[in-house]
Design a protein. Structure first.
Length: 218
């Protein structure tokens, strides 16, 4: 079974967590695209969704799913999103699709965070996938210097502008043994909008697509 089939498998399994007549949170990325398509195909009777990116918003609208602003929707029952890496405690690296800030906001506003991924995303220690950091453009070089002082190798993701009008630094060469402490340290750097570590608010459930079928953690 290839990676895309495993992602689709996890996305379909996440439908079990969706309750009718609710507004759900929906993330960003290739696995989430499978979830949006599956949600539309099953014709579940939800009120609509809060989206973490313009790309997901457009995909849901094409399926006829109403998209709400979080300010009007209020707190959400469930948030479905993917991840670039997860450790065994469901602490995540996210932001490969440059939507980390909005993803973190929607996750914080949701009672449950269901993460969907293929089984290659589960790792013992976070950090092999470069850690995305969204930064205010004028602060990019300053933030990069501070990230180097923390032991990382930041690389500007040139040509990428986030939905918030900011830039992304991808931090390589990290071995993240204390994700909460690193999340706090990076978020304290002036000019950082947010860091793609979801450690203070990890996933509540991780659904992994595997050759043997969907596997749920914990």
């Amino acid at each position: 079974m290839n990676s895309d089939q495993k992602k689709q498998q996890a996305a379909i399994a996440a439908l079990a967590y969706i309750e009718e007549n609710t507004i759900i949170g929906v993330g960003t990325g290739s696995t989430v695209n499978h979830f949006i398509d599956a949600l539309a195909a099953r014709k579940l009777r939800i009120q609509g969704a809060v989206s973490s990116s313009e790309a997901s918003t457009e995909r849901m609208k094409k399926h006829g799913i109403e998209v709400f602003d979080l300010n009007s929707a209020g707190d959400l029952d469930v948030y479905i999103d993917g991840a670039d890496e997860s450790d065994g405690q469901l602490r995540l690296i996210k932001g490969g699709g440059a939507a980390l800030t909005r993803e973190k906001i929607v996750a914080a506003a949701s009672r449950r965070f269901i993460c969907i991924a293929d089984d290659s995303k589960l790792v013992e220690v976070l950090g092999k996938f470069p850690l995305p950091v969204e930064v205010i453009p004028m602060a990019r070089s300053y933030v990069a210097r501070r990230l180097r002082a923390l032991g990382g190798r930041p690389v500007w993701r040139e040509g990428v502008i986030t939905d918030n009008g900011n830039q992304i630094l991808d931090v390589h060469d990290l071995r993240i043994t204390d994700p909460v402490a690193l999340e706090d340290a990076i978020n304290q750097i002036a000019g950082v909008v947010t860091v793609g570590l979801f450690a203070r608010r990890p996933a509540d459930v991780l659904i992994l697509g595997t050759d043997a079928g969907p596997k749920t953690l914990p």
